[in-house]
Design a protein around this ligand. Structure first.
Ligand SMILES: [Zn+2]
Length: 469
């Protein structure tokens, strides 16, 4: 309000001498990604537990997309889609050894070139880092890890000298927030684009006793309860069987990690409020993929394209707008998020970005949504082969297509959990079949671009996140 008034004054009285530079009225943009967060484990997506009071509050006065998908079921391709508004086969970051295509414009570059200060802080130090090109466009960037002694928390054992190891974990939300705020406070130039990537819901699940207690009720939970990456991978490989009680225990831990990251988001928002930034900040909350708990026989993530792997939150909150509290059922995906933010910032969409402006291009034109899994021997040999190749959603239909072109078609509006494929895709439009064929023909494995042999650092990083034994 103060800023708009100042701008109005400048506009009305151009002859007045003024030593102050004009205040840029464009909104700050805060893009929050919570790694590994299934939409259906959040209160605002109907979950029975109170996992997410802070995110719920944003959604209650914001806009919630009820049918939002990731473009893959693991971090790198999904975050690359979020940064470039491209499908995975176009941006090249589809396997452990592939870089984000350096030719593609990114959200951060577009905002930086339009005068935004750009800051990125990511706790996913293995995939979302400068090594793979994810820092492009950020004037201030950090992908960082924390040395740790506790074996339960270890995500990465790095042999920095022969025989000398250092054990690392992903930073927690408090550590991420501290890093974000230090970078934010380094300058008062505005507007600002903040990308904040939290890791709590990603294994290892190591919630605090307090957060676990908040999820499982009044009984004091077992002290030190945790689940390591190794355990999740062993389960995904079928080496460790999980009964109903053990499954619930894993879900309890996962939910407690969501509760922890939600509290961390609340703390970041409180700090922004204290800096009087929130009133002019657009907030987006998304995830890069979900997590499987045996729904279709799978565990972990990165392996299938079922709903539990792909359905993610997409929530926008714009304190400047009074039209909040909307819940929209259109099918959208991560490709639509950067273009939505650019539109809200009044920044032109670079040629080639495929997404829509979800909040301003109303009514929304339908778009086919694509999710992909590519060949990645390093992951598949050490967990299990990926049968699924791509998913195509042409609302209300969703097709999952295997590498051998076997396809199953679901009615996403009536059977979101994908309990039963339509018999012979009966009732689906002929056009869907044609679209699947066309996509299958187009989605060949990309040419080797910037691929490089995995060196020991990269393999260590892969092991760190549980992808390699
Ligand atoms: Zn991830």
């Amino acid at each position: 309000m103060v800023r708009s008034a100042a701008l109005l004054l400048l506009a009305l009285a151009p002859a007045l001498a003024c030593d102050q530079p004009p205040v840029d009225p464009r909104p700050n943009l805060l893009l929050i990604l919570v790694d590994n967060l299934r939409a259906d484990h959040l209160g605002l997506y109907g979950y029975g537990r109170d996992t997410s009071p802070q995110i719920d509050r944003l959604g209650a006065s914001g806009v919630v997309f009820e049918n939002a998908s990731a473009t893959s079921s693991w971090t790198k391709p999904s975050v690359a889609s979020l940064f470039t508004s491209r499908d995975p086969s176009e941006h090249n970051a589809v396997s452990f050894a592939r870089h984000l295509d350096p030719e593609l414009p990114t959200l951060a570059e577009s905002l930086r070139d339009a005068g935004y200060r750009t800051i990125g802080v990511t706790a996913n130090f293995v995939h979302v880092n400068e090594r793979w090109g994810f820092d492009r466009g950020f004037e201030s960037w950090n992908s960082f890890s924390v040395e740790v002694d506790d074996e339960a928390e270890v995500m990465w054992r790095y042999e920095h000298q022969p025989g000398a190891f250092v054990s690392l974990r992903a930073p927690n939300a408090a550590e991420v927030n501290k890093e974000v705020l230090e970078r934010l406070d380094a300058s008062d130039a505005s507007p600002v684009f903040l990308y904040v990537h939290y890791m709590e819901p990603h294994s290892p699940y190591t919630p605090s006793p307090q957060h676990l207690k908040e999820m499982v009720g009044t009984e004091q939970p077992e002290a030190g309860a945790f689940a390591t990456n190794d355990l999740l991978v062993q389960i995904a490989r079928g080496e460790v069987a999980v009964d109903d009680a053990q499954r619930q225990w894993l879900i309890d831990l996962y939910d407690a990690e969501i509760r922890a990251v939600d509290a961390g988001i609340g703390e970041l928002l409180a700090e922004l409020r204290r800096r009087e930034m929130l009133a002019n900040t657009v907030i987006a909350v998304v995830s890069d993929h979900g997590e499987e708990f045996g729904e279709h026989g799978g565990w972990f993530h990165a392996l299938t394209l079922h709903h539990e792997s792909l359905a993610v939150p997409v929530v926008f909150h714009d304190a400047r707008s009074s039209g909040g509290g909307q819940r929209l059922r259109e099918a959208v995906d991560l490709v639509d998020v950067p273009t939505t933010l650019l539109a809200l910032a009044g920044v032109a969409k670079p040629a080639g970005m495929r997404g829509r402006a979800l909040l301003t291009d109303r009514p929304l034109a339908p778009r086919d949504l694509v999710a992909e899994l590519h060949e990645d021997p390093k992951i598949e040999e050490h967990i299990r082969p990926r049968r699924h190749r791509f998913a195509l959603t042409r609302w209300p239909w969703k097709a999952i297509v295997d590498r051998d072109r076997t396809r199953r078609v679901y009615r996403a509006d009536r059977d979101a959990a994908e309990a039963a494929p339509m018999a012979d895709a009966g009732g689906s439009p002929d056009a869907l079949s044609g679209a699947i064929d066309a996509l299958a023909a187009r989605l060949v494995e990309p040419e080797t671009r910037d691929a490089e042999p995995l060196d020991s650092d990269a393999v260590d990083g892969l092991r760190a996140l549980g992808y390699v034994e």
